[in-house]
Structures are given as structure tokens and as C-alpha cells.
Design a protein around this ligand. Structure first.
Ligand SMILES: Cc1cc2nc3c(=O)[nH]c(=O)nc-3n(C[C@H](O)[C@H](O)[C@H](O)COP(=O)(O)OP(=O)(O)OC[C@H]3O[C@@H](n4cnc5c(N)ncnc54)[C@H](O)[C@@H]3O)c2cc1C
Length: 436
């Protein structure tokens, strides 16, 4: 506490939802000296970024990538006792395709690293390299700002075509989970400013080694219990009643409530309390992500993550060698982001398109046969990050704040956005002290 600041009495804080936003809120409230109670309706913590068991193998609900710019997520992991270097594989941003082409950023300060990386991208004709550097310089000169109504495709219409297909489109769909023709140019520029052109190391890729559970959810759950917080699993909160002196969660009294559920559920819980907020939260549109797991015992990749050429017959934009990341051996995760069109195409069509894509990228004569293991479709993986999207504010009522990757902010739906909103949702409670 800063000298002279008045100590406040500890508050009873309910956090509804045990995803990364709710975990951040509960850990932070506990650190500030408050009495936190976390409610999660699933039998485990982690929300959309959790581990799941498929046929006896532990995999993640979907492959996740963190980047060096995820400052608050990495700090939260350290706070609960996880050393990021031990659970994350760090490498400079590399979009390497199976034919060996692609952008590889060297380490070091962002701008020179980007310029050197683009210049070393030999498969890109030199005129396109110059065109890409000129475009990046223009975005920087404009302060990474553009008209709010622009889509990424419109923003990048002067981008050289191969650079657009092999850099801008994959970066857009990886960061915003929304195809470039529909995605918000302003949000992508903000991500580029803070990651690609941010601090040294901000653009580094941090790939989970092993399961997502070990990065935060399981450890944060244990940390909370050890520090006196309560964690109720399998409890779907059905009612929130608020008055001037506090709030009731399913009949249990609290001083403050953090709703860290997806927006539709938060909208239901505050429908009477804050109808306008509820309508705004209920209006989100979503984009799916499909993750397919394949087994190929003879495949050899030069690095754990590969970019893949995607179009209307090749669904996946990225592949991950889980064995090289400490997960199950010979197992590969292929990720289809912004996958609405493939969900419409149906499971069988998507499965055979992914298998064809694999065969084309990693021919059996070099990489041996491939076997389909499983797939998972998250229909509401993230909100569709479209131009001018209005996102609901974090404050609903003096006693109710909202956390989650959907809350008003400059970034797309990410772990870092979720964690930052969780921290912010309890920050205003201040530090509790015995002097009250
Ligand atoms: C397949 C996939 C891949 C992704 N890849 C990336 C990536 O590479 N990088 C990245 O940064 N982000 C990625 N994301 C996005 C990231 O997972 C989310 O931004 C983040 O997990 C959101 O966390 P959250 O806490 O806001 O929400 P959630 O994780 O949705 O958590 C909300 C929690 O609330 C619980 N809940 C709901 N209603 C109630 C209730 N009434 N009572 C009690 N509990 C309730 C839910 O069960 C859930 O656990 C990906 C998402 C998916 C699905």
C-alpha cells in the first residue's frame, strides 16, 4: 500500500467463470487481500484454453499460441509459481512453409529485425519485398491507425500479392480468428504495433510444451485453494441479485461480483439489472476454430510449428508437431481458424480436405502414411473481430464488473485480453489491509 493510503476492509468477491479471465480475477483479488470464491460450471478450470482427454491422450481443447507481448499472462503464470521458460517453447516469429519458404524474423529490436527478415525472404521476388517494407513503413508513419470501417483486405489492397497471401492473411486469421475480407484493419494494426513492431522479443512465438493445464488452470486452482480462496467446480451460477449493499450469487452474499463467463451467459445473468448492457453482450457474432489431430510416425518437420498454404480447398493455416513440444509423439495438430465456411461444408468434407492438404504438403513417399486421430470444432471460439465492432464495457454496476476476452478493449479475443480484463475487474477494489 502506498504511504498515506487508507487500508480497506477485505471484500467478499465472487468470480463467476474459471477461464483465464476468471482465474486472473480470483488470483488478483486474493493477492490484494480479499476473500475470493470462484464458481465454474465445468468439472475443470481453463474455459476455452483447457486440456481435454481424447481416447486416453491428453490434448488441448485447441492449439494455443502465446507471444512475447503477453506481458500480463506471463506475469500471472509467475505469480502462481509457473516459470514460463519451462512450459513454453520460445522462438522468433517464423512463418515457415513446408517447401522451406517463408518469413523468419531474426532476434533483436523489432524494426531492423523485420526489415532483415523480409529482405532474407528469398522466395518473395525483390519487388514484393520492397513493396512489403514500404507498406509497413507507411503503416508505422500513420501511427498504426486507419479508418474504423476498413477491413484488413481493404487496408492491404496495395500489398504485393504473395506477401499478402503468405504473411498478412495468415497473421490476420491467427491473431483475429477472422478472415481478412471481414476482419477489422484497426485491430490488426494495433496487434502489429504492439507485437511485430513492439519491444524486442514481443513478436516471439511461445508454444505450450505439453498441456495448457500446466500453463495456468491447474496450477492457479491449486494456488487459490492454498491461499484460502474457495473453488467450486461443476456449479453453474443461475441467479445474480444485486442491491445497494451487496450481491447474491445463487443465494450466497458477496460485496462484489466479477462475471467472467462468455458474453451470452453474462447477458442472461444481468438481463434485469442492466438491460442495455445485456443486449449489447448478447449481440456478438462468433467465428469457429477447428483443430484436427493426425498421427504420422515417419514425418519429420524442421521446427514444431509450420505455416500451411490455405485456400478454399485447403482448410488449415498452421500445423504443430506436438511430439516436438513435449506432447504425444508423432502427433500433429492442424488448425483451421476463421473456420465458418468449413463448418458449413460439414465434418466429412473438412476431414477429407485436411487429409488431402496433409498429403500435398507432406507427401507419403517422404513422410510416411498419416492417420486421422480426432478433431474438435469450437463453434464460438472467439467473437468475429469485424470493423467498428462495439464491445460491452467492463462496469455493469457499482457491485458488478465483467471480465473476459470480449470486454471493451483494443485487442482481439486472446488469452492476454482475457487476463488483462480479469486483473482490471478487481483492481478498483484496492488492497485490503488490517488497518481498516
Ligand atoms: C480452439 C481455440 C484456439 C484458440 N487459440 C488461441 C491462441 O492461439 N492464442 C490466444 O491468445 N487465444 C486463443 N484462443 C482464445 C482464448 O482461448 C480465449 O480468448 C480465452 O480462453 C478466453 O478466456 P475467458 O476467460 O475470457 O473465457 P472462457 O475461457 O470462455 O471462460 C469462461 C468460463 O465461464 C464458465 N461459465 C460460463 N457460464 C457459467 C456460469 N453460469 N457459472 C459458472 N461458470 C460459467 C465456462 O464454463 C468457462 O470456463 C483460442 C480459443 C479457442 C477456442
Amino acid at each position: 500500500m502506498s504511504p498515506g493510503a487508507e487500508a480497506k476492509p477485505p471484500q467478499r468477491v465472487a468470480v463467476v467463470g474459471g477461464g483465464w479471465a476468471g482465474l486472473a480475477a480470483a488470483v488478483h483479488a486474493t493477492t490484494l487481500g480479499h476473500q475470493a470464491s470462484l464458481y465454474e460450471m465445468a468439472p475443470q478450470l481453463g474455459g476455452r484454453a483447457r486440456s481435454v482427454t481424447h481416447d486416453g491422450i491428453t490434448l488441448d481443447n485447441g492449439q494455443h499460441i502465446l507471444i512475447g507481448a503477453y506481458r500480463d499472462t506471463l506475469a500471472l503464470m509467475r505469480r502462481v509459481g509457473v516459470e514460463p521458460d519451462q512450459v513454453l517453447h520460445r522462438q522468433p516469429l517464423t512463418l515457415l512453409y513446408p517447401d522451406g519458404s517463408g518469413l523468419c524474423l531474426p532476434p533483436g529490436p523489432a524494426l531492423p529485425a523485420f526489415a532483415r527478415g523480409v529482405w532474407a525472404w528469398r522466395e518473395l521476388p525483390w519487388r514484393q519485398r520492397l513493396g512489403l517494407l514500404a507498406l509497413a513503413a507507411q503503416w508505422r508513419w500513420q501511427g498504426f491507425r486507419c479508418a474504423p470501417a476498413l477491413t484488413v483486405a481493404e487496408l492491404a489492397r496495395r500489398c504485393p500479392p504473395q506477401a499478402y497471401r503468405e504473411l498478412i492473411e495468415p497473421l490476420c486469421v491467427a491473431a483475429l480468428n477472422t478472415p481478412a475480407e471481414q476482419a477489422s484493419a484497426q485491430v490488426l494494426l494495433t496487434v502489429l504495433r504492439d507485437a511485430l513492431f513492439g519491444e524486442p522479443g514481443a513478436a516471439d512465438l511461445l508454444l505450450p510444451k505439453g498441456s495448457l493445464d500446466a500453463l495456468l488452470p491447474r496450477v492457479a486452482g491449486e494456488w487459490l485453494r492454498q491461499h484460502g480462496a474457495s473453488v467450486a467446480l461443476g456449479h453453474r451460477v443461475m441467479r445474480l441479485d444485486v442491491d445497494a449493499s451487496g450481491a447474491d450469487i445463487d443465494g450466497e452474499r458477496y460485496d462484489h461480483v466479477v462475471l467472467a463467463t462468455p458474453p451470452g451467459e453474462a447477458a442472461r445473468l444481468v438481463e434485469t439489472l442492466a438491460p442495455a448492457w445485456s443486449r449489447e453482450a448478447a449481440a456478438f457474432r462468433y467465428q469457429p476454430i477447428i483443430t484436427a489431430w493426425l498421427q504420422a510416425s515417419a514425418a519429420r518437420w524442421p521446427q514444431p510449428m509450420m505455416a500451411l498454404r490455405a485456400d478454399n480447398r485447403r482448410p488449415a493455416q498452421f500445423g504443430f508437431d506436438l511430439g516436438a513440444l513435449g506432447g504425444p509423439r508423432s502427433t500433429y495438430a492442424l488448425v483451421v481458424s476463421g473456420a465458418a465456411a468449413w463448418v458449413d461444408a460439414g465434418t466429412n468434407a473438412t476431414r477429407s480436405a485436411i487429409l488431402n492438404q496433409w498429403d500435398e504438403a507432406f507427401p507419403a513417399r517422404q513422410h510416411g502414411p498419416v492417420k486421422w486421430l480426432d478433431s474438435r470444432t469450437e463453434k464460438r471460439a472467439t467473437f468475429a473481430c469485424t470493423p467498428g465492432l462495439k464491445r460491452p464495457a467492463a462496469r455493469v454496476h457499482a457491485r458488478v464488473t465483467v471480465a473476459g476476452d470480449h470486454v471493451e478493449g483494443p485487442y482481439p479475443a486472446t488469452l492476454e485480453g482475457a487476463v488483462r480484463s480479469g486483473l482490471a475487474a478487481v483492481q478498483a477494489l484496492g488492497r485490503a489491509g488490517s488497518g481498516a
